[in-house]
Design a protein around this ligand. Structure first.
Ligand code: ADE
Length: 229
């Protein structure tokens, strides 16, 4: 899977892309990530990406030209991968559809994704109207830009790709995969500082253990979400 990210702050991605599961996926060639600084597509001498909003308001708006041009550049570079097909061009914004595990599962089927990270107040609406085909929010709060949301999306889809996790069952039993939050897990030692692992998990009765885990998932989901949908 190829993921291209348009950002003004490519350095922010260094840590998340160079550690843990995402890094392993990159090293195995299962995903490839290119960071495109769309400031490079500004032609004025100061390389200014933003400007005042028409009609007046607070904050600055990212101009359309550098984003349109960066997308032209990257689409041309990926033309053999795109082959005239539709693919997600996603703008990260608190105004988008709320991200969840179902969207992660949908996106992990794609061969190619572009993520656009905004900054400042917003981007010129023509980018959203004419370039972008999906808008995603990672929650009802406002961040300084789309970089952290982009990292969250990359992490959540990477772990669903075949060959990334040693045990894909681990992703399949994660919270949300079946609409339930996950159950508690314990490991050795059996007792730590007087805190014991529940007897049932040591019983060797596989059927009873599965029942216990299922009940814990339901109990926890009800507690956190106030009921099942
Ligand atoms: N950019 C700023 N806040 C955001 C959010 N909550 N989700 C996605 N992109 C954002």
């Amino acid at each position: 899977m190829q993921i291209d990210i348009l950002t003004l702050f490519p350095e922010m991605f260094k840590g998340p892309l160079s550690e843990s599961i995402v890094n392993r996926a990159i090293e195995k060639g299962l995903i490839s990530v290119e960071l495109i600084n769309f400031r490079d597509f500004c032609h004025d001498k100061n390389k200014q990406v933003d400007d005042y909003p028409y009609g007046g308001s607070y904050g600055m708006i990212i101009k359309p030209e550098p984003i349109f041009e960066a997308i032209d550049y990257i689409k041309n570079k990926r033309k053999n991968l795109i082959k005239g097909k539709e693919f997600p061009i996603i703008y990260l914004t608190p105004q988008g559809e709320k991200y969840n595990q179902n969207i992660a599962k949908e996106l992990c089927q794609e061969d190619y994704i572009i993520l656009i990270c905004g900054h400042y107040k917003d981007i010129d609406y023509r980018v959203r109207e004419h370039l972008v085909n999906r808008e995603i929010s990672i929650g009802d709060y406002v961040l300084s830009g789309g970089e952290l949301p982009a990292m969250i999306i990359i992490d959540s889809i990477t772990r669903l790709l075949k060959g990334v996790l040693t045990h894909i069952e681990s992703a399949e039993t994660d919270s949300f995969q079946d609409k339930l939050l996950d159950c508690p897990y314990y490991t050795r030692p059996r007792e730590y500082r007087g805190y014991k692992v529940p007897d049932i998990l040591l019983s060797g009765n596989h059927k009873k253990i599965l029942e216990w885990q299922e009940n814990k998932k339901i109990e926890h989901t009800k507690k956190i979400q106030g009921g099942l949908n």
